[in-house]
Design a protein around this ligand. Structure first.
Ligand code: KG4
Ligand code: ZN
Length: 357
């Protein structure tokens, strides 16, 4: 039709949806997802390897890489099929390139680079921590920024001042163990199964959160950093006796184990909520977002919700499907890199550590 231009600038181009295939293999979940316009999740497939690592009490890197190789192609296939996508519907490939286990990251990075080359589509290099930080925005009608973000996972416990999807300032972080790591280690001390977060949460339901006064390490009145190694040691001595590291668990009743789990969980949540509120006062925002694997914890979600309500703050918690490792958050974050023209080269390498300042 005369007057209607096709190509860039036409109505068709302006109203076009941008569809991104995300790939995530940084640790022990093999994941792929298709996300439209950075917020509409059309598929989100996660193949967990937890059963293979359980008997070792933690992730075994060699097993993780091997399992990623075994299942990644079918996970990608399922994500594409569920989203009813063919490869020419995909506008870009987003992949986690850091931080994580390098052997695991390599599998996803290699797959994404291959598809990018094969399909002739841009490659987007996503930092896993950035994706956890912006994951609470998935599905929202409007971006929640500026906000304070609490990101709590197995590898990180960090507070960010987020001005925009690609504009972060780190306000504080853990100086030793991450919150999820503390859950995992304390679960081992209490004889509970891996991963520790869900098992502690389940056991804590039968316990009294005030039975044991575990320390709330605040690191001074101004600090926005965290420390969870002290509470881990306090649980160890509570179980085994002062200065002792073994032999006590067998003598503990199921009720005392539940009480210790509940008291530990309460102490960690108290610190996370208190520091988040400190951060809010520091940067003076009225929105808080919560993401990362530990964000699945019901007590943390509830405590943060209550505190935000009390202070008239808006809270966006990541949907449970996007708390643990997943590729929807990678594709969603990748969309903003694409918008900003931050395309990665096919020489992209996996990195064990985050580049986030
Ligand atoms: O984000 P994630 O899946 O992986 C990393 O990027 O680290 O987080 C995994 C961590 C594990 O330490 C796990 O124990 C913890 O999140 N986690 C929980 C819960 N679900 C998972 N911690 C507390 N409560 C939960 N319900
Ligand atoms: Zn994660």
């Amino acid at each position: 039709m005369r007057g209607w231009r096709r190509g860039p600038g036409s109505l068709e181009e302006i109203t076009r949806v941008t569809t991104i295939l995300g790939i995530e293999t940084s640790c022990d979940e093999t994941a792929a997802a298709v996300v439209a316009d950075g917020r509409h999740v059309r598929s989100n497939v996660v193949a967990s390897q937890v059963e293979f690592h359980k008997k070792y009490g933690g992730v075994v890197p060699e097993i993780a890489s091997r399992k990623h190789i075994e299942v990644l192609n079918s996970v990608i296939g399922e994500a594409m099929a569920t989203a009813q996508c063919r490869h020419d519907d995909i506008d870009a490939l987003a992949v986690t390139y850091a931080p994580g286990l390098v052997g695991s990251l390599l599998i996803g990075v290699t797959a994404a680079k291959t598809l990018s080359w094969l399909w002739g589509k841009p490659l987007l290099a996503v930092d896993h921590l950035h994706a956890h930080t912006t994951s609470p925005a998935i599905g929202l009608d409007a971006p929640p920024w500026p906000a304070v973000a609490l990101v709590v996972s197995g590898g990180h416990t960090t507070l960010f001042y987020v001005r925009d999807f690609l504009d972060f300032q780190r306000l504080g972080a853990t100086t030793d163990d991450a919150a999820g790591e503390a859950f995992d280690k304390v679960a081992t001390i209490l004889g509970l199964s891996y991963p520790g977060g869900p098992s502690i949460e389940a056991r804590a339901r039968d316990g009294d959160p005030h039975a044991v006064e575990f320390p709330r390490t605040m690191l001074g009145r101004q600090s926005l950093d965290f420390s969870f190694s002290g509470i881990k040691t306090a649980v160890l001595y509570h179980v085994n006796g002062p200065g002792k590291t073994s032999g006590g668990l067998e003598k503990m009743s199921p009720q005392r184990i539940a009480d210790a789990a509940a008291s530990f969980q309460q102490a960690v949540v108290d610190v996370l909520v208190a520091k988040t509120m400190r951060a809010v006062s520091r940067v003076r925002v009225d929105t808080v977002v919560l993401g990362g694997g530990v964000a699945a914890n019901a007590l943390l979600r509830q405590a943060l919700r209550e505190e935000c309500q009390r202070r008239n703050l808006t809270l966006h918690t990541a949907d449970l499907a996007y708390c643990g490792d997943n590729a929807a958050m990678i594709a969603a974050h990748g969309y903003h890199l694409l918008q900003a023209g931050r395309i990665a080269a096919l020489t992209l390498a996996a990195r064990a550590t985050t580049e986030m300042k």
